[in-house]
Design a protein around this ligand. Sequence first.
Ligand SMILES: NC(=O)c1ccc[n+]([C@@H]2O[C@H](COP(=O)([O-])OP(=O)(O)OC[C@H]3O[C@@H](n4cnc5c(N)ncnc54)[C@H](O)[C@@H]3O)[C@@H](O)[C@H]2O)c1
Length: 397
Amino acid sequence: MNIAMLGSGFIARFYADTLHAQRRLDRIISVYSRNEENAKRFAEDYGLDIYGSSMEEIINNEKVDIVIISLPNHLHEGAVMACVEAGKAVLCTKPLGRTANEAKRMLDAVEKAGVFAGYLEDLCYTPKFLKSVESVNAGSLGKILWTKSREAHPGPHSDWFWDKEQSGGGAIIDLGCHCVEIGRNFIGKAVRPVEVMCWADTQVHPIDAEDHAIGLVKYENGAIGQFEVSWTFRGGMDLRDEVMGTEGTIWLNSFLRTGFDMFTTGKGAKYIAEKAESDSGWLFPVGDEAHELGYPHMFTDMFEAIDKGTAPRETFYDGYIVNAILDAAFLSAKSKLWEPIIIEDWRGDEAPDEKKNFTSHDADYFLIKKETLPNGDEKLILKHKETGKVIQKTTKA
Ligand SMILES: NC(=O)c1ccc[n+]([C@@H]2O[C@H](COP(=O)([O-])OP(=O)(O)OC[C@H]3O[C@@H](n4cnc5c(N)ncnc54)[C@H](O)[C@@H]3O)[C@@H](O)[C@H]2O)c1
C-alpha cells in the first residue's frame, strides 16, 4: 500500500516507526501537517517524497491508496469526510469521535461511500491481548463475568488534549476509549452494553475536563466491564488488564512490568519508554515499544482485511460503540446515576437467555462450593434444590 499520513506528531511517528520497521512492504509516501516545516522534517526523517500543508492535496494525490488519520480528536471527522470525498480507504486513530454523534456521522459516511475504514485501537492488538482473546474465545475462562482495564499516566504531551473543546474530554475520552474496547473484546462484541456508572473528578490539574475517572459498564448478559483511567498517576504508564470468568482468570501487564528491569546512574541514552518519568535509578524499559503496544499486528490486520475484502478486527462501528459508552460515562459522572447507553444502530445479539446453569451435586442438591481445608478435610457447601436450605458436608482427611 502507498500510505498518506495526516499529522506529524506523537502518534504519526509511532505509526511511521512501525510501518517502516524491519522489512514491511507497505510504505508511507506522503505527509500532511498544518505546519510546512513539520511536514518537511517528518518527510526527511522517514524518506518521503511528498509533503505539504494542504490536507486535500495530500489525500487526493493519485499515488495514495490509503490515508492514516493521526490528528487531534476534533479534526478526525473533517479528515474522514475528506477521505470519503476522495474515495480513499481510511484508518483513524482513537478515539473515533469526541461523541457518539460525531462517530456515527463518520461511520455512516464511510459505509455509504463503500470505502474501507479501520479503527486504530492498538491495545486490542498487543500480542498478549490477542493470545488472551484466543483463550477466552476457546472457553478457557468460561463465561466472562468481570473485566478490568486500567490506563494511567501523568498526563498527555500536547496542549490540545487538555482543552475539552478540542479533545472532547479528559482521561475518559483519551484513555477510557482503550479500556472500554478492551472490556468489549473480552466480554464479547455481540453482547450489548446497556448502562454505565462513572465517577470522575479533576483532582490535580487546572483544567475543565476530568483528570481521573473510574467507571462500570454493565452488559446485557450480566457481565461488568470496569475502567480506571487517570492523568494523575505518577511513575510512568500503567497499562493493566484483568479478565475474570467462571472457569478462569487472566492478568496482563502491558507496560511497566514487561520483564525488563534496568538500573542506571543516568549516563547514556535518555529516552526510556513512553511517559517514563525518570532516566536514572531502577527503570522499566520496553523492548520493542511499538510491538508491545500492538501497532505491527494492528496494521497487518488492517492491510490483510483490505487485501481479502473483509472487515478488520477493529472497525468504525466499534469506534462508534466506544463513543456511545463514553457518552453515557460523562452523563453518569454528572448525574451520579446509572445512565443508559444510547445505540441507534445495534448490530449484535438481541436479549440473551439469562438462565443460569448451576452445578448439580446430586438429585437433591446444587453444589455451591468445594474446598480442601488446611487440615486436609474436604468441605462441600450445598443448597437444596426445592427448600433452598444451605448445608455443609465435611469428609475427614
Ligand atoms: N495509542 C494510541 O493509539 C494513541 C496514542 C497517542 C495519541 N493517539 C491519538 O492520535 C491523535 C493525535 O495525537 P498525538 O499524540 O499524535 O498528538 P500530537 O499533538 O503529538 O500531534 C498532533 C498532530 O496534529 C497537528 N495539529 C494539531 N492541531 C492542529 C490543527 N488545529 N490543525 C491541523 N493540525 C493540527 C500537530 O501539529 C501534530 O502534527 C489523537 O486523536 C490521539 O488521541 C493515539
